[in-house]
Design a protein around this ligand. Structure first.
Ligand code: MF3
Ligand code: CO
Length: 253
């Protein structure tokens, strides 16, 4: 069932989304060579709690941490570890924060120091694929319009679209109906209505789109070892378009 949020609920989701945005902004200066992904996670968790946010991911289907931190060939759901970030890595930080029961969810891929041009290409076009999807959000359009826009953009830039994972509705639960795939056919799927809230989150690869799951049951990597990027926003369907509930609070470098 796809829920429609009322004004009061939307206000709480705005607040949750803004906490996600603020946590990303807070973390960014720490994303440097030498910091471990576990240290980044702990900083994020403390910031969330200090700002009355609930780190919803902790305990979600047994997931142990407040954030997912996915480096290079890790596509998503990287569990924070003692790995120290290195110059040239790209690192995706993904998090869900609850506020008074309502959730916000956003992922962003960051550079560590100077990265190779092909990683810059992957990042730039994965981010652009997200915004191609976002532009399709308005009442009357269908989920397939979003999916098709993301896929068309990604594939025309020779990037692989990971198909096993997708975006989702969000509200009091981090994952609600509908699924929002990153590939699909225009004009197909549930129709968007004012008051729906969805997460769009392309996960694109520089090489083939095939993935595998590590024995930890979470970490998803590319089979060919090539890097992957992942950008996600929480989006409200408004009367005549959309509102990004997890706005970026600063420019990317
Ligand atoms: N934030 C992820 C998403 O975009 C979900 C994380 S799964 C968890 O849907 F188990 F780590 F919480
Ligand atoms: Co999500």
């Amino acid at each position: 069932m796809i829920t429609i949020k009322n004004e009061e609920e939307i206000e709480l989701m705005r607040h949750a989304g803004m906490l996600v945005s603020k946590t990303h902004k807070y973390l960014k200066p720490f994303i440097k060579e030498g910091i471990t992904t576990k240290e980044l996670d702990k900083l994020a968790e403390k910031f969330m709690r200090d700002n009355d946010g609930v780190p919803t991911q902790i305990g979600y289907e047994g997931y142990p941490c407040a954030t997912c931190i996915s480096v290079n060939d890790t596509v998503v759901h990287g569990i924070p570890t003692d790995y120290k970030l290195k110059n040239g890595d790209i690192v995706t930080i993904d998090m869900v924060i609850g506020y008074k029961g309502y959730q916000g969810d956003a992922a962003w891929t960051y550079k560590v120091g100077d990265v190779d041009a092909y990683k810059e290409y992957l990042m730039k076009h994965t981010k652009a694929a997200l915004y191609e999807g976002v532009k399709q959000v308005k009442p009357g359009n269908r989920i397939g319009d979003i999916s098709n826009a993301v896929q068309t953009y990604a594939e025309s830039h020779n990037l692989g679209v990971v198909r096993e994972l997708c975006g989702h509705g969000i509200g009091t639960e981090m994952h609600e109906d509908p699924d929002v795939p990153n590939y699909g056919i225009k004009g197909v799927g549930p129709r968007l209505k004012e008051g729906m809230v969805i997460c769009i989150e392309p996960m694109l690869t520089f090489g083939k789109r095939d993935i595998y799951v590590l024995d930890d049951g979470w970490t998803i990597k590319t089979q060919d070892g090539k890097p992957s990027a992942h950008y996600e926003h929480t989006i409200l369907v408004t009367k005549d378009g959309y509102e990004i509930l997890t706005p970026r609070l600063e420019e990317d470098d």
